[in-house]
Design a protein around this ligand. Sequence first.
Ligand code: CDP
Length: 239
Amino acid sequence: MSAPSRLDAEAGSDAREPSVITFDGPAASGKSSVAQRVARALGIPFVSSGLLYRAATHLVAHSGTDAFDQAAVLALLGAHMVELRPDVAGNDVLVDGRSVTSELHTDRVDAVVSTVAGHPAVRAWVSQQLRRVPPPFAIDGRDMGSVVFPGARHKFYLTASPEERARRRVGERAADLAAVAAAIARRDQGDARQLAPAADALHVDTDELELDQVVACVLDAIRASDSGSTASEPQGAAS
Ligand code: CDP
């Protein structure tokens, strides 16, 4: 499927980030899977903001830097070249020219990332990199619609119950359901400050929906909004 014409027509305009689509929500709410599929359907790149926080955390962990020391973390980031390469197919993160993407979704990174991401200076470092990405794109994270791209054309906030999110993530981690649920709860708590949804985001409760249904709901909402009509929402899914 090709991108809606208004996305094409307005690509490059910087008035209100008209061709940016944001997907925010807590860990394992399905943001990245949905954002990636929506981006593919629209023929635009997908950008994962979490990968930059994860790459910063990976650097911190491997250098023995104190994750609580904001100045030391910032100095570390300044001493290395971290590059996010967005694409329709996925994202790659390079640190000093070496791809570290396959090393970023680990329990070790999960355990420390909220601490690193909690530093205002780190958030400014990530936001600056993201704002340099040329639109159009679909981006996922915690504060994409609320802070980094407040003028985004379409904003979605995905939620699911803690139990459902733990069930979804358990297959991706070498840990049992209880351990995954506990890790997600810790991260929800650590990320609380970043998790407030944008006032104008469309909320999608994904508990009862398959991935394809969430994608269809989002694409419907985008098309309805772009054609000036009211979004038709699957019952109980969006608000
Ligand atoms: O996929 P999942 O939600 O588990 O994680 P992610 O999107 O890769 O984000 C990893 C971590 O990066 C989050 O737990 C946050 O601590 C941080 N993050 C953030 O603070 N702000 C964002 N926009 C994206 C991620």
